[in-house]
Write a protein that binds this ligand. Sequence first.
Ligand SMILES: [Zn+2]
Length: 251
Amino acid sequence: MSEYIPEKALFIAAHPDDLEFGVAGTAAKWVKQGCEVTFCLITDGNAGTHEAGVTAEQLAKTRRKEQLDAAKILGVQNVEFLGYDDCKLVNTLELREKLVRMIRKYQPNVLGCQDPTNVFPRADYINHPDHRAAGGAAIDAAFPSSEMPLLYPNIDAEGYPPHKANYVYIFFTTDDKVNQYVDISDTIDQKIESLRAHTSQMGDWDPNDRIREWAKGSGKQVGFEYAERFFRVTLKEPDKPEVGVGKKKNK
Ligand SMILES: [Zn+2]
């Protein structure tokens, strides 16, 4: 098993806490290896409560603060909020343009996003429509809009030239598509801590046991103690080769 360590990575998600569930171990690991990581949150998660008396504005403020705390735990250098409303996200041309701006601004080798095709992860669960809309908008921005010089001259004029990422790492995906595992054994503690930072969402639930169980299940596939898993799409082969990592367990 080999692993690619990008110089720059941009992870895009619908809600504060999605990235901690999906990619936090990978993000923390890449930061440790010298990667510049950016988190981009499309909505403020400002409908995510059952608590009486909390307004959407108060919740947005709380969740931005929690997201910044989580990013700090992971060492993530940049956090961008696009300020859309929770539960109302649609893959529009307006959103695509905002994401093209993010890609051109940060020039990532790896773009991470949610799987827009994952509607029914299980027989008892529907994947959140915001997750699907966010993923759809991100992949539509990644290809081909962000690389086309005739598109978005306004963004070019802001000093952000066209860019094509090497890879798209799709998370919250289904078993049949997974083709990439990242060993997060050294960063699983940071991942759990970063989830705890989302106190408004965790309530009485402590993420420790469940997150370890999930990451262990993913790691088992490839002989890692703990792993995060992705469907990786190659847009352009990177100049920098992958490096060999980990030990594959003997079957
Ligand atoms: Zn979410």
